[in-house]
Ligand binder design. Structure first.
Ligand SMILES: CC(C)(COP(=O)(O)OP(=O)(O)OC[C@H]1O[C@@H](n2cnc3c(N)ncnc32)[C@H](O)[C@@H]1OP(=O)(O)O)[C@@H](O)C(=O)NCCC(=O)NCCS
Length: 213
């Protein structure tokens, strides 16, 4: 069975390890984390070392595939982790067995889909995205690289979410909307018009609270 390593041994890394165990197709080798002691045993597996050790340990056969467990508060670092290693190390897409994806859905390398998600026909997701449990993505919607959806995000049909977006828990987007790169939404935001100006949006209908931090 291929061995999976995860960048980041915190809460998100542990959730990814749990999805990998539920999936059953990977053994979790452990985590690379710059802030935890090598050899520490977390619930999901051991801390293998700092991020700078990844290539050497891949060469030694410690693991075969890699995923990013860096969350939405560090969206630029999420991207950097993926881009640093994607040319040399395989990033699988990982789907919880309790998610339902129509056969026409496409997922990029390193994209992870949690339990209870439903992706309808023609949905296209780029690399290194993360979907918390219960996201509903309707037909013909596309999501750009490195984006992160909180639990229960609902996207209607023909939506385009560009890259590096964070959609907070329960965000709803009506059909035919485009949301620009680097947009963030707070929990429960309802997006009813295109977002062309990146920043943090909240409320019903969504309004800009401030620039992205
Ligand atoms: C939007 C958000 C990022 C703002 O966090 P923050 O910068 O700490 O902002 P504050 O809590 O200081 O709130 C600022 C104001 O916005 C309001 N506000 C905060 N979040 C809101 C939301 N989701 N919807 C509507 N209003 C919101 C607050 O009530 C406050 O209003 P006030 O100035 O009138 O008192 C945060 O509240 C949020 O919704 N995060 C989403 C978390 C999430 O989805 N996690 C999923 C992890 S998997």
């Amino acid at each position: 069975m291929p061995k999976l390593a995860i960048i980041g041994g915190g809460d998100l890394g542990q959730q990814i390890a749990a999805i990998a165990r539920a999936h059953g197709g990977y053994e979790v080798a452990g985590f690379f984390d710059d802030f935890q002691q090598v050899g520490t045993n977390t619930n999901g597996g051991p801390i293998l070392g700092p991020i700078d050790d990844i290539e050497a340990q891949r060469g030694q056969g410690t693991f075969d595939a890699l995923l990013v467990g860096i969350g939405y508060k560090h969206i630029d670092f999420r991207r950097q982790c993926f881009e640093r290693f994607t040319a040399t190390i395989p990033f699988p897409s990982l789907v919880h067995p309790a998610a339902h994806l129509e056969p026409t859905v496409t997922l990029g390398a390193g994209t992870i889909v949690g339990a209870g998600c439903v992706f309808d026909g023609g949905v296209s997701v780029a690399e290194n995205c993360y979907f918390n449990p219960g996201c509903i993505i309707a037909h013909d919607t596309s999501i750009g690289a490195n984006s992160f959806c909180g639990p229960g995000v609902t996207l209607a049909g023909f939506i385009t979410i560009e890259e590096d977006c964070f959609l907070g828990v329960g965000t709803t987007v009506i059909d035919n909307i485009r949301i620009t790169t680097g947009t963030q939404t707070g929990g429960g935001t309802v997006v009813t018009t295109d977002i062309t100006n990146p920043g943090l949006y909240i409320g019903v209908p969504g309004r800009k609270l401030r620039d992205r931090v």
